[in-house]
Design a protein around this ligand. Structure first.
Ligand SMILES: N[C@@H](CCC(=O)N[C@@H](CS)C(=O)NCC(=O)O)C(=O)O
Length: 237
């Protein structure tokens, strides 16, 4: 268990930040939250923490200081996926990375499958109105990588944490008809993802919904509202 201070820079709307929040909560970490408002330019001081100005980020160690006055002595860490690995390493007892090297590699591979083959197609179909077929194909491939039961590699791990904020929003947006896809593509995706072919994937999404660290923060109304704003922002490109 880490005895050092952790400050978490986040915003309620951010699925990338939600990854880190989930990992911290799963690990039982004590941390200070600095919440940014949506759409505001980041203050100058924040660029000392993440030069890209993006969230999430963490400061780790150093003295206890106000979150908007980061200490030169703390480590400044950012990019959600390395942050998941970091949290798994400093809280090994939470077993967010499986002890077995084969399962550990499978967890990392699952994340890469999502990042390399699903994420952009999700954005394409839902925010840019690109055809539905490629995202259905990508989800079918992701489904094949799932363990026969349970979470992505069986036990809950950073693989689930990495994909849950995105896949769960995707299924929610589809259910409420939010997205840039045509009515026909919406129907096609709903029919396919509700069919027997995608039964394992649907079960996986239900299991994610049941995980207390996810369930206790799942705010459908808020996500739909923010999804609408995001969609309008993408749609106006
Ligand atoms: N690759 C980054 C992506 C982070 C990212 O794009 N974060 C968004 C919020 S979800 C962001 O900070 N956008 C700029 C802003 O909100 O000011 C990661 O995995 O952490």
């Amino acid at each position: 268990m880490s005895g050092k201070q952790i400050t978490f820079y986040t915003a309620a709307y951010s699925p990338f930040s939600e990854r880190v929040r989930l990992a911290l909560d799963e690990a039982g970490a004590k941390y200070t939250v600095h919440e940014f408002d949506k759409g505001r330019t980041k203050p100058e001081w924040y660029y000392q923490i993440n030069p890209l100005g993006k969230i999430p980020a963490l400061t780790y160690g150093g003295p206890d200081v106000p979150s908007d006055q980061p200490s030169p002595e703390s480590a400044k860490l950012f990019e959600s996926l390395p942050l998941l690995e970091f949290i798994a390493e400093i809280y090994p007892e939470a077993q967010l990375l499986p002890a077995d090297p084969v399962l550990r590699t499978k967890a990392r591979t699952f994340i890469q499958l999502y990042v390399n083959y699903v994420h952009d197609l999700f954005k394409g179909a839902f925010f840019l109105g690109q055809p539905a077929e490629p995202i259905l194909q990508a989800i079918a491939e992701l489904q094949q990588a799932l363990a026969p039961t349970g979470f992505a590699v069986g036990q809950f791990s950073i693989a689930d944490i990495a994909v849950a904020p995105f896949l769960m929003r995707m299924m929610l947006f589809l259910r409420v008809g939010l997205g840039a896809y045509s009515a026909e593509d919406g129907r096609k995706m709903r029919d396919a993802l509700g069919s027997e072919k995608f039964a394992r994937f649907a079960r996986y999404i239900r299991d994610l919904h049941e995980r207390p660290s996810i369930k206790d923060h799942w705010d459908e109304v808020g996500f739909v509202r923010l999804g609408t704003v995001l969609w309008l922002r993408y749609a106006s490109w």
